[in-house]
Design a protein around this ligand. Structure first.
Ligand code: SF4
Length: 279
């Protein structure tokens, strides 16, 4: 049995929360640099160069990559041989409050969608916990900015819409979003399940490595088709045209009802921030 102390968990999670906002993942940086090398549009090249420079400044000066330090989103895998004698949700929220306060990260959460009073410590986090076998606790964290989250969409397509219908819907979402999600974007696409499951796996897809491929061949084919179609839209970096509209497309799928084809598109901006810790 792996007994994890609350203090250790809070300290480790606070560390990755702060790091995620400052230090862009190496694979995201590599993708941005590759996009800069391949981009043919001069204006787009300039924007990509500034995005690359911006993340370098953030890392070197220990300041956030973006002013929008986001909603704190966690995906947790809780092993059956892990023993916690405390409330995990409360501990994760304490880590978020600590990191956002001590790290001077912008607090962006309001206590109710209609009264709009700021909670002043960026809590509560959005936490998804999945029970798994094993003796480890894996905690993945992503700060999700509103610019890209607001442009995300879901559709309940019909089975007859199929592959082509999914491509049409996703490309339409990207075109309508234009420059608002700060392209180049990463697309998390969830197909199947139910209304809420599609959205959840779309978000989880954004935590995959930027250079990986879906395991399932159909998902992989869809990733490639969407990548081509989205980059052919000419939306471009910051919506000002160019070859680079998306850095990557990640498709996660799940079994679904015979009469359903749910499709969720969770858009991530170029600040594709996430970190993880395994305890
Ligand atoms: S969409 Fe991303 S880069 Fe743009 S403001 Fe929001 S967090 Fe920052």
């Amino acid at each position: 049995m792996n007994k994890i102390a609350r203090d250790r968990l809070v300290a480790e999670v606070a560390r990755i929360v702060e790091e995620a906002n400052i230090d862009l993942d190496g694979k995201a940086v590599a993708c941005l640099k590759a996009a800069l090398r391949n981009e043919r549009n001069e204006l787009a090249q300039g924007i990509l160069a500034e995005i690359v420079e911006n993340q370098e400044i953030a890392r070197n000066e220990r300041i956030p990559i973006c002013q929008d330090t986001g909603v704190a989103v966690f995906f947790v895998e809780l092993g059956n041989e892990v023993f916690l004698d405390f409330n995990l949700e409360a501990a994760l929220n304490e880590a978020v409050a600590t990191a956002y306060t001590k790290g001077y990260l912008r607090k962006s959460i309001v206590r109710h969608p209609l009264d709009r009073v700021n909670t002043k410590d960026n809590t509560p986090a959005v936490i998804h916990v999945r029970p798994v076998m094993g003796s480890t606790l894996r905690i993945r964290f992503a700060p999700k900015g509103a610019g890209s989250e607001n442009m995300s969409a879901i559709a309940m397509l019909t089975p007859a819409d199929g592959f082509a219908g999914i491509v049409r819907f996703v490309v339409d979402v990207v075109r309508r979003a234009g420059g608002k999600p700060c392209p180049p974007i990463v697309l998390g696409v969830g197909i199947g399940g139910t209304f809420e499951k599609a959205a959840l796996i779309a978000k989880e897809a954004l935590l995959r490595e930027l250079d990986d491929e879906a395991m399932n061949p159909r998902d992989r084919e869809l990733e490639q088709a969407l990548y081509q179609a989205v980059n052919a839209t000419n939306v471009g970096p910051m919506g000002l045209s160019g070859d680079t509209t998306c850095l990557a497309v990640k498709v996660n799928s799940y079994p679904c009802h015979i009469a359903s084809l749910p499709v969720a598109v969770n858009i991530q901006c170029h600040a594709a921030r996430h970190k993880e810790v395994i305890l």
